[in-house]
Design a protein. Structure first.
Length: 535
């Protein structure tokens, strides 16, 4: 079979010009068949239409639906958004402002596009509404919103059922006011305004002194928590004053109106001025005198006639006061008593506490004895022994007796001895005396020696009573280092002492420190001091 085109002998020719093309086909039998086809020129896609409900996005629609239409069969179509997002549809929703582009492609591969600009005017109203306040001078306020925008719509709500649709309503009830503000784009802003109320008057404090035994006139002082408070007083006998303080001789009720000039608010207060006639007229007392040379006296106030409580009590003429009516442990003497009431009114009286005389008993400070020495202890008393019914010495192991008037002490050790005596009136007296043993009388420690081998003063050792035992004998250098120690030394034995060496080596001349613990059958010592080594 033979295929023949007028312009080509190819079976599937490609043409690039419009027109009518004829195809001639001859089969094997020589039969001929012809067919014509017309080729049209399509240079572009058909006209494009964009359908939209609006081109402005506001707070009412919050978006616009846009649709692209074409008058022919399409093989591809899509939208591109301002964010370069491709939407494969002929219809989309513009949710923001910017350019939206619709692109179509027809069956011939020709493309065409169209664009639409969507304006997004959504924006909240820009409004400033300052808070405000009222007081006793300014009882209402007009709200004045601040904005450069026009055609704003207001809707107010507030305390007490308040409602208004104007921009600047007048308000007078304290509280929180809510306003809904809508602009031309339908965008709504909700704000709050606080109307505060400064309607507090001054907080007042009153200090006063009524007419009393100490004052012929009363004094009043008013203080306020507000600066520049204005006062207006009125009272008995046509009394008037604008001061924060005044004096008066008239009793009665005084009225004060205190005003804060900043907010015009006032506080009313009354002050009662009185005259105290309830003075102290008499007092009762309970008194105890002193016994046994001790401060055992007491004074007690009681049976007070008159006066305004609380009461204060003094026994030194009013130099010092106590809220206790009982004063104890007082020595003998004359006391100036004063009782004072809450108004400062006082009553005075004098009283004497007597001293029921006892005895004076003393022993002196101390007795110094040599070991085993004896001495009679003499009691120093204002009375002889017949004035006392009981005598007790304690401890009494160094005494010849424990209940006698003049015991003999035999010095064996340091000790404090107490004497307790009781007189015929039952008064007890106690005193004491110190017994001291002179240690140096029985043990002697040199302060210098010369261990140079001349057989003279070559040893440092204790000397004394043969009954003394040396329990410990130590020598230290000036840095605290131990250079000699023994617990077997005997009194008066040079060879048991220190020869001035340390570990067999001679020490250089220096000052050393010794510690000696010595014991007597009736006494013990711990002695320390310095020993000077020379050569």
């Amino acid at each position: 079979m033979e295929w023949t085109w007028i312009f080509s002998r190819l079976r599937n020719p490609v043409v690039d010009s419009p027109g009518i093309y004829t195809l001639k086909v001859i089969d094997a039998n020589g039969c001929v068949s012809e067919k014509q086809i017309e080729v049209f020129l399509r240079k572009k896609a058909s006209e494009l239409f964009i359908i939209k409900s609006d081109t402005v996005i506001n707070c009412i629609n919050n978006g616009i639906q846009i649709t692209g239409l074409a008058g022919e069969l399409l093989t591809d179509y899509y939208w591109t958004t301002p964010g370069n997002i491709i939407i494969k549809d002929s219809t989309t929703r513009a949710n923001g402002g910017g350019w939206y582009k619709y692109i179509i492609t027809n069956q011939w591969g020709c493309s065409v596009s169209d664009s639409i600009f969507i304006n997004d005017i959504r924006k909240l109203p820009q409004v400033q509404i300052p808070d405000t306040s009222i007081n006793c001078l300014i009882k209402e306020q007009q709200i004045n919103p601040i904005s450069t925008e026009k055609n704003l719509q207001f809707s107010w709500m507030g305390p007490g059922g308040f409602q208004s649709n104007i921009s600047n309503p007048i308000i007078s009830i304290p509280g929180i006011y809510s306003v809904s503000i809508t602009n031309a784009a339908g965008c709504r802003l909700v704000e709050q305004v606080v109307l505060s109320a400064d309607t507090s008057g001054p907080v007042l404090k009153v200090a006063k002194q009524d007419i009393s035994c100490q004052r012929d006139s009363a004094f009043v002082l008013m203080s306020s928590d507000k600066s520049n408070t204005q006062y207006a007083w009125s009272g008995p006998q046509s009394f008037l004053s604008n001061s924060d303080r005044f004096s008066t001789v008239d009793t009665g009720t005084y009225l004060c109106i205190a005003t804060d000039p900043q907010n015009g608010c006032s506080t009313l207060i009354t002050v009662d001025i009185k005259k105290d006639t309830n003075n102290i007229k008499n007092i009762g007392l309970t008194q105890e005198d002193n016994y046994c040379n001790k401060s055992t006296g007491s004074i007690q106030f009681k049976d007070i006639i008159g006066g305004t409580e609380p009461l204060l009590y003094s026994i030194d003429g009013g130099k010092s006061f106590s809220n206790s009516a009982l004063f104890e442990n007082l020595p003998a003497g004359i006391y100036e008593l004063v009782i004072q009431d809450a108004n400062g009114c006082s009553f005075s009286r004098q009283i004497e506490i007597k001293d029921i005389l006892g005895h004076k008993v003393a022993l002196g400070n101390e007795i110094i004895l040599s070991l085993d020495a004896k001495k009679t202890i003499q009691i120093q008393s204002s009375s002889d022994s017949t004035a006392f019914v009981n005598i007790l010495w304690s401890p009494s192991d160094q005494l010849s007796c424990e209940n006698c008037w003049s015991p003999v002490v035999t010095g064996t050790k340091d000790e404090t001895i107490y004497l307790t005596v009781t007189d015929t009136n039952g008064c007890t007296y106690q005193t004491q005396i110190n017994i001291k043993i002179n240690q140096e009388a029985f043990i002697s420690i040199p302060n210098i020696f010369s261990p140079n081998g001349d057989q003279i003063n070559d040893y440092f050792y204790p000397q004394g009573n043969e009954q003394i035992q040396i329990e410990l004998f130590e020598v230290y250098d000036r840095w605290g280092g131990l250079v000699f120690r023994t617990s077997e030394a005997k009194i008066n034995v040079p060879e048991d002492g220190w020869n001035g060496t340390y570990k067999g080596a001679l020490l250089n001349p220096a000052v050393f420190v010794y510690v000696i613990k010595a014991k007597h059958p009736l006494q013990e010592w711990i002695l320390s001091g310095e020993i000077n080594l020379i050569r």
